[in-house]
Design a protein around this ligand. Structure first.
Ligand SMILES: Nc1ncnc2c1ncn2[C@@H]1O[C@H](COP(=O)(O)OP(=O)(O)OP(=O)(O)O)[C@@H](O)[C@H]1O
Ligand SMILES: [Mg+2]
Length: 267
């Protein structure tokens, strides 16, 4: 690890990656709401958007059009109104439609710069939002961040998602990550008209897989149209509707993550 990277990481107490084997299961949604919920409990939080091909963090946090400014000790991350520090490839692109066409080694170099040159300052948590799968990005991030590196694996309840997310748990272990457990997102929908629960993508698969793989089950997040509108408008549900059952589910997830990291013996 180079000196500058070591110095920057030395000021970041806990590093947590959010990953999944499958795309579109809600990693970015979990990453932003987890960050907001951790911040609400008084922790200082940063988010590194490690999805260079589909960097959605700025959009979901309403930070489009912003960018880091140069400070005395390096580029200063963009900060949300809730004081969450954010760095993303999206800040570097001329517009939303420009694709990033890079092979793995180039991405590794950019992650290294994002981590070593950006002035993150003192943080309790750095949340890293990964692209789907078990490829270049998680490998680079794990190598750069070192250990301990905590991991939250997001899945949805249907078998095709579980099949891939289970691989993420094993992948995390293979890379010596400390796997905190699995979250089942899009787990059941409450009909806004009659209040009946509809298990659109089935339910319970995340909990079953957690048991099979001997990792904790971190909780279920319901399917909620307010999550979609919140994400599209850049006001995540934990800010837009903090008293909703879905925001409460994210808060419970954050508390479970926090407890596991800050009080590992459970005492
Ligand atoms: N619990 C939920 N209820 C309703 N919609 C959700 C929920 N979680 C995520 N979504 C929506 O699903 C879509 C995909 O979510 P998101 O971008 O967080 O997934 P992802 O796993 O990060 O995707 P990718 O693999 O492309 O990075 C978004 O429109 C988001 O608003
Ligand atoms: Mg994403």
């Amino acid at each position: 690890m180079n000196k500058l990277l070591g110095r920057r990481l030395g000021k970041i107490r806990h590093r947590v990656v959010v990953m999944s084997g499958k795309g579109g299961v809600g990693k970015t949604t979990v990453a932003v709401n987890l960050a907001i919920a951790l911040s609400a409990t008084g922790r200082s939080v940063g988010i590194l958007d490690a999805d260079v091909h589909g960097p959605n963090i700025p959009k979901m946090l309403g930070l489009n059009g912003r960018g880091p400014v140069m400070g005395e000790h390096g580029p200063i991350p963009v900060t949300t109104s809730g004081n969450i520090k954010v760095m993303s490839m999206a800040f570097m692109l001329p517009d939303d439609d420009t694709p990033v066409v890079w092979r793995g080694p180039v991405k590794h170099t950019v992650f290294k710069q994002f981590l070593s040159e950006v002035d993150w300052g003192e943080l309790d948590y750095l949340i890293v939002d990964l692209p789907p799968g078990t490829g270049d990005e998680p490998l680079s991030i794990a190598q750069l961040l070192g250990e301990p590196l905590w991991a939250v694996v997001v899945t949805t309840p249907q078998d095709v998602a579980l099949l891939d997310s289970r691989k993420s748990v094993v992948f995390g272990r293979t890379l010596n990550m400390s796997v905190l457990g699995m979250v089942e997102n899009m787990s059941g929908l409450t009909c806004p008209h009659c209040g009946e629960r509809i298990d659109l993508f089935k339910t319970g698969g995340g909990e079953r897989s957690s048991r099979d793989l001997h990792v904790p089950f971190l909780g279920a997040i319901p399917l909620d149209p307010k999550v979609v509108t919140g994400g599209d408008q850049g006001i995540p549900i934990c800010i837009a509707a903090p008293d909703s059952p879905t925001a409460s589910a994210f808060l419970s997830l954050a508390l479970r993550v926090q407890e596991a990291i800050e009080n590992p013996s459970g005492g």
